[in-house]
Design a protein around this ligand. Structure first.
Ligand code: HEC
Length: 143
């Protein structure tokens, strides 16, 4: 009990300290709106709801992105997510990359994407069967 009384404040202190350390950045870089993906409204709506927090420059940073150790994990997910696929910079990709990304989107949607841990906090981001079909139809269409 005595040890706990000493250890607990230290532990809380360490977590608070880690939380305010300037590791990573919670920022939304500005990008030219004309570079953003243009997809039919029903497809766009699904991406905005379920993917944009990690795959766009319009991340809504949640409260837990300020709390260590979740903060580090969220910042990493957004950094790596944007690097892998950024809907706000879609038109920067060449045609071949866009085709590859569409294929990956069709395969991953509802399987590994959105990330499982994200869905714990964002129940509404879960893709329904219809959502996945809508995404795949768009991804495999030729336009
Ligand atoms: C919580 C953050 C998060 C959300 C939400 C999320 N992703 Fe991702 N996504 C990532 C991360 C991180 C990566 C890169 C590492 C990896 O491939 O696992 C990634 C990778 C990908 C890739 C791979 C790109 C490539 O180069 O092959 C695709 C495709 C993708 N995501 C699609 C989606 C789609 C579609 C949604 C929404 C239905 C979505 N993601 C939602 C974090 C996220």
């Amino acid at each position: 009990m005595q040890t706990l009384k000493i250890m607990l404040p230290i532990l809380i202190g360490v977590f608070l300290f880690m939380s305010i350390l300037p590791y990573g950045k919670r920022e939304n870089p500005k990008s030219d709106p004309s570079l953003a993906l243009e997809a039919p409204a029903n497809v766009q709506k699904i991406f905005k709801r379920s993917c944009y927090d990690c795959h766009s420059n319009h991340t809504v940073w949640p409260w837990y992105s300020y709390v260590f150790p979740l903060s580090w994990s969220v910042m990493d997910d957004v950094k790596n997510g944007r690097r892998a696929l950024n809907f706000d910079e879609w038109k920067k990709y060449d045609e071949q990359t866009q085709a590859q990304l569409k294929d990956a989107i069709a395969r991953k949607s509802g399987v590994t994407m959105p990330l499982k841990a994200y869905l714990w906090f964002h129940k509404d981001a879960k893709l329904s069967k219809e959502d996945v079909q809508t995404i795949q139809k768009w991804a495999y269409s030729k336009e």
